[in-house]
Structures are given as structure tokens and as C-alpha cells.
Design a protein. Structure first.
Ligand code: NAD
Ligand code: ZN
Length: 379
């Protein structure tokens, strides 16, 4: 797998007027990021935020390129795990910035998954009221989803992403070869968000995934790079048309209403976000057909593609009561109704106001969630 880089590079632009920025997609390109980082940020100094294992594997190529581009570089590591997307770790980074003598012309670079990106971005948004920020995502989820759009946040003990901001990066630099060290299960979870993007907005892309998702997950670059580029383009387009998440961006919640409920019921353990979203999408596809909104066969195509990505489909076993309670705290609700994202067909999404009871009707729920049956979550 190692060796010559696939020379072809792709660029997707996030069009936000003066704050527009490129997403540069390639394979084996980590060492070339330095020049682009210097150019896009105008910084002479950068602080790289990463995790120990990611820094060890992917830091050297990135840092070498940054130094060759004339940047002075400091690096700070935060421990792995979602619990460290915290104010405590943000404080540690502020202190490191102080020690490094960081000023307004210092850029912050996130090298890692969505956890690192959200945390480093939160610091970049708040340090001296905002400094240039660059995303170098190393998970599939971060490449196609969390690194695009400028949402940055830390978790509080009371809930996820409660303290945050909008702070767009100056550049997103994707080297798909960094995925070679990522666990297959994490790669599949990222693919769930790609399937989501296709299912809600792009039927042609969905058909391409039906053909290529397996090879993309096996990191065959001729299949993977176009898939990443298309998924980035969809997210970039949604962000450009709805930066502050008022309308269109709501559609990106497809699969997430039930998905979030599942994550909460499992206390965020034993299941990855993308896996919960996959289960939520299968459910939403099914409900879309049952409500007469999507033509027959829509849910089956969605289920089959997700299964081919080794993603789960069956909701984990909890009482319906518990599911309904979890749905009621979903922050996307208005009054008693939730703006539930449904499909009108593959590539076409819409929202309908539904109560939790309408999202999970008793009969359908009984049929799908049978005690004794293995749940969607895996240990
Ligand atoms: N800002 C947004 O718009 C947005 C959108 C979706 C998700 N998120 C956030 O993103 C986070 C989830 O992101 P994630 O799925 O990337 O999780 P993550 O950053 O925790 O990474 C998942 C795991 O993979 C490891 N890892 C990362 N890159 C690796 C690599 N190249 N090789 C080996 N191991 C590697 C990490 O150490 C971690 O254990 C959550 O905090 C979520 O809230 C934000
Ligand atoms: Zn998601």
C-alpha cells in the first residue's frame, strides 16, 4: 500500500465569500501540506494539536513539510478519547500557546479525527478571539464531515458539544493514506456519513457507492479518492448554502434522530457514531416507505449498501419507553414534534414533523427490536 503517491490531486472549494477555503484531497500528500498551510494562513508559526499515536505515525511527514516551508512548529498532544474533548484540554492548549509565545499570527493545525478537530478548532476560535485554523483530518468521518463547515466545540459534563462556535478553517488538507492506520471499524463508521450524504442529496453518487464502497473501504485509492471528493463536495455545498444550520443543513441529520437516541441509550459505549447513524438511517428509510413518502425498494437499497459496508442495521434492545424518552431530549425537536428527516427516494430528502411515537410506532418497533436478538451495537 505504501509507496508512490497517487499524483492526481482534487480540490473542492467551500464557497463562503471572503472566508472561502479549499479542501485539498490526495494520497501520500502529508509532506506537501506545509507550503499550502503557510500560504493559506499567512502564519510564520504553527501549533499542531494531535493525539500521541496519530502524532507518532503521521506527525513527522507533516512537520517536515511545514519546516521546509519555513514555518516554526510546536506540537501539543491531547489524550485519545472523546472525554478529552474538554475545557480542561482546551486550557492545556491555551497554556501551551502561551508558552510557545503564540500571537495573532500563529496558526493552529488539527492533525487527527473529529475529536482533535473540534477541540483544536474551539481553541482556534477563542484564542485571542480567533486565529487561523487548518484541518488535517485523519479519520474518514473527519475528512468528509467534521472538518468541513466550521462547527467547533468541546463537551461539558452535562452534554456533548455544549460549548462551541462557528470558526471556518483556512484550509482542509486530506491525505487519504493516513487512513491506512485507522481501524477498519472506524473506516466503516465514516462511510456511514458518506452513504448519508448520497442518500439525501445525490442518487448518482449513491449508485457509485453501490459499486465502489467496498473497494473504497479497502483503501483502493482509485475508488476512495473520488468518493471522498464527492462527499466533501456535498458537505461543502450544503455549508455554503446554509452556513448557520437553519434549513438545508438540517437534512444532514438524516439517521441522526434515532442514531443519537441509540448513542445516549448505550451511554456512548460499545457503538460508534457512524454505526448508530447507520441504524437510524435504516429506520428512517423504512419509516419513509411506511408513511408513503418514498417508493418501495428505497429502504432495501439503503439497507443493502450499509450492510455491504459492514454497518449494523438492527436497533439495540432497549424498552420502547426508553427510546421515546431519549427522542424527547433530542435537541432538534420543536414543541412535541421532531423535524424528522425522511427520504422521498434515493437522493431526495425532506423533513416532516413527527412525534416520538410516530417515529417509533409500537408495532414496527416490536417487530424490529426483539429481546434476545443481538442489538446493533458491538462491544
Ligand atoms: N464539527 C462537526 O461538524 C462534527 C461533525 C461530526 C462529528 N463531529 C465530532 O467528531 C468527533 C468524532 O470524530 P471521529 O469519528 O473522527 O473520532 P475520533 O477523533 O475520536 O477518532 C476515532 C478514533 O480513531 C483514532 N484515530 C484517528 N485517526 C487515526 C489514524 N489515522 N490512525 C489510527 N487511529 C486514528 C483516534 O485516536 C480515535 O481513537 C466527535 O467528537 C463528534 O462530536 C463534529
Ligand atoms: Zn454524524
Amino acid at each position: 500500500m505504501r509507496g508512490a503517491s497517487v499524483s492526481e490531486r482534487r480540490r473542492v472549494t467551500v464557497a463562503l465569500g471572503e472566508r472561502s477555503y479549499p479542501i485539498e484531497i490526495g494520497a501520500g500528500t502529508l509532506r506537501d501540506a506545509g507550503g499550502a498551510i503557510a500560504e493559506r494562513t499567512g502564519a510564520s508559526r504553527v501549533v499542531v494539536v494531535t493525539e500521541p499515536a496519530i502524532g507518532r505515525r503521521h506527525g513527522p511527514a507533516l512537520l517536515r513539510g511545514m519546516k521546509a516551508a519555513g514555518l516554526s512548529v510546536a506540537r501539543i498532544e491531547v489524550p485519545r478519547g472523546e472525554t478529552h474533548k474538554s475545557l480542561r484540554q482546551a486550557s492545556r492548549i491555551y497554556e501551551a500557546l502561551l508558552r510557545a509565545g503564540a500571537d495573532r499570527s500563529t496558526a493552529i493545525v488539527a492533525l487527527g479525527g473529529g475529536k482533535v478537530g473540534d477541540l483544536a478548532g474551539f481553541v482556534a476560535a477563542t484564542w485571542l478571539r480567533g486565529v487561523p485554523f487548518v484541518q488535517v483530518p485523519t479519520t474518514l468521518l473527519a475528512m468528509v464531515d467534521s472538518s468541513i463547515g466550521g462547527k467547533v466545540a468541546v463537551n461539558l459534563p452535562q452534554g456533548k458539544n455544549l460549548a462551541g462556535a462557528f470558526h471556518q478553517p483556512r484550509l482542509v488538507w486530506i491525505d487519504a493514506r493516513t487512513l491506512e492506520t485507522l481501524a477498519a471499524r472506524e473506516r466503516a463508521a465514516g462511510m456511514a456519513e458518506i452513504v448519508k450524504a448520497a442518500a439525501i442529496l445525490d442518487a448518482d453518487f449513491f449508485a457509485r457507492l453501490e459499486r465502489d464502497a467496498g473497494r473504497a473501504l479497502a483503501l483502493e485509492m482509485d475508488a476512495l479518492l473520488p468518493v471522498i471528493a464527492r462527499a466533501c463536495a456535498i458537505k461543502a455545498d450544503v455549508v455554503a448554502r446554509d452556513e448557520r444550520e437553519t434549513g438545508l443543513r438540517m437534512l444532514l441529520n438524516f439517521g441522526h434522530t434515532v442514531g443519537h437516541a441509540i448513542e445516549a441509550l448505550q451511554r456512548y459505549r460499545g457503538i460508534l457514531h457512524g454505526e448508530a447513524v447507520a441504524i437510524g438511517m435504516v429506520w428512517a428509510g423504512r419509516r419513509s416507505e411506511e408513511l408513503g413518502l418514498a417508493p418501495g425498494g428505497t429502504a432495501a437499497r439503503l439497507r443493502d449498501l450499509l450492510a455491504r459496508c459492514a454497518l449494523p442495521a438492527a436497533p439495540p434492545v432497549f424498552e420502547r419507553r426508553a427510546y421515546l424518552a431519549a427522542l424527547r431530549v433530542d435537541k432538534k425537536r420543536t414543541d412535541a414534534r421532531i423535524r424528522y428527516v425522511v427520504l422521498r427516494g434515493i437522493g431526495k430528502a425532506d423533513t416532516v414533523p413527527l412525534t416520538p411515537e410516530q417515529i417509533l410506532p409500537a408495532a414496527a418497533f416490536r417487530e424490529a427490536v426483539r429481546p434476545g436478538r443481538r442489538g446493533g451495537g458491538r462491544e
